[in-house]
Design a protein around this ligand. Structure first.
Ligand SMILES: Nc1nc2c(ncn2[C@@H]2O[C@H](COP(=O)(O)OP(=O)(O)OP(=O)(O)O)[C@@H](O)[C@H]2O)c(=O)[nH]1
Ligand SMILES: [Mg+2]
Length: 367
């Protein structure tokens, strides 16, 4: 039996199983089984830690990468052309774009790589067509823009979300606050720091058994469900922010606009008529969560033209130094910092000091 057939079999069994207290553990076990099979399929039967599918051969450049994902003819290439000036063929027929085309957006001193990707199709996560490659690229992005044709049924949104989910991408979610440490021996130790009504110990043990994990320390610091536990065990999930870009609003009535207005994380645009593209770029910037840190050479004014761009989660003085030059941190005696991250202006800071957006930094070298 092929992996795809095994998946179909498990999915069928899950559909047939009625949900109730008695069957819930069996369903939990099936979910774990399914997650394992899907990993096998995506990795092409290679071992546990192999690469998650091959993407297109486009090298990363700039401060962040944004990928546009969507069905054919929703207007991804039109949007890339308008936002970056890079020509990507636009046509009324489907599957115009057959490869990954990069362009650059320059904003607030940063350079953001925007990727136009082929229109993905259903079944991508099951290894069909170019969709698998498209989603493999999506995993490398700092932000995903799901581009939708606002005149088409909203079920397209669900289908794309399902494909991305199936490939281990979690949209607009944070990794669960759970410590998970597999050990060579010592049995299963479960600690609940909070109440966990959706995940009792029996369910946890059932899932661990499916993964043949006999010795592990788990500390739950927040309430999670069995799907999230499987995510933790699988370990290769990507947590990526996502914007829903509703294109072609020039073809909508006011009433229709009111309806799509209720979708969370959404930006309405018309790529063709260049409506609301400024807001789209502003929202991309917001969702990318980037800081601008200005360098200040000794005795000179800060360089506001070329900030060092750092992701908020990696924005210490050390991260700042690494962005400028690999060896800089070794030569640093201390840093002088001006801005909202310090109490005094300037303040003497070490390498672990956490910087804020628009801080100014001067590196003082050892002599
Ligand atoms: N009405 C309207 N039409 C648009 C808009 N943006 C794009 N289009 C049209 O939609 C069609 C498809 O546009 P593309 O940019 O080629 O779409 P795509 O998503 O790149 O399509 P594939 O490469 O096939 O996946 C073209 O005929 C565009 O002129 C828009 O804002 N409003
Ligand atoms: Mg295209």
């Amino acid at each position: 039996m092929t992996t795809a057939q095994k998946i179909a079999e498990v999915e069928l069994e899950m559909e047939r199983t009625q949900k109730n207290k008695a069957t819930s553990y069996h369903l939990g076990q099936l979910k774990a089984k399914l997650a394992k099979l899907k990993r096998e399929l995506i990795e092409g039967g290679k071992g546990k830690s192999g690469p998650v599918g091959e993407g297109f051969d486009v090298s990363k450049s700039g401060d962040a990468r944004v990928g546009m994902i969507g069905f054919p003819s929703v207007g991804k290439s039109t949007l890339l052309t308008k936002l970056t000036g890079t020509e990507s063929k636009i046509a009324a027929y489907e599957f115009t774009t057959l490869t990954c085309i990069p362009g650059n957006v320059f904003y607030k001193g940063s350079k953001i790589q925007l990727l136009d990707l082929p229109g993905i199709i259903e079944g991508a996560k099951d290894g069909k067509g170019r969709g698998k490659q498209v989603i493999a690229v999506a995993r490398t992005c700092n932000l995903i823009c799901i581009v939708l044709d606002a005149t088409k049924p909203m079920k397209h949104k669900k289908i794309i979300e399902g494909e991305l989910e199936g490939f281990g991408i979690r949209l607009n979610k944070q990794p669960p606050k759970v410590d998970f440490k597999i050990k060579p021996k010592g049995g299963i130790n479960i600690t609940h720091m909070v109440e966990n009504p959706d995940l009792d110990d029996e369910m946890i043990k059932t899932i661990l058994k499916e993964y043949r994990i006999n010795s592990v320390d788990i500390v739950f610091r927040e309430k999670i469900n069995e799907d999230q536990l499987i995510d933790i065990i699988e370990g290769n999930r990507k947590y990526i922010p996502c914007l829903y870009v509703m294109n072609k609003i020039d073809d909508l009535t006011m009433e229709e606009l009111d309806i799509i207005d209720q979708i969370p994380h959404y930006v309405p645009i018309s790529a063709h008529l260049e409506w609301n593209l400024d807001e789209l770029i502003e929202r991309m910037w917001e969702y990318l969560d980037l800081y601008r840190v200005y360098t200040k050479p000794k005795g000179k004014a800060p360089d506001y033209e070329k900030p060092v761009i750092l992701p908020r989660k990696k924005s210490t003085v050390e991260d700042f130094c690494m962005r400028i030059h690999r060896t800089m941190i070794n030569d640093m005696k201390y840093a002088l910092v001006w801005g909202t991250s310090v109490k005094h202006n300037p303040q003497v800071c070490g390498k672990d000091h956490q910087l804020n957006d628009e801080d100014i930094v001067q590196i003082i070298k050892k002599i």
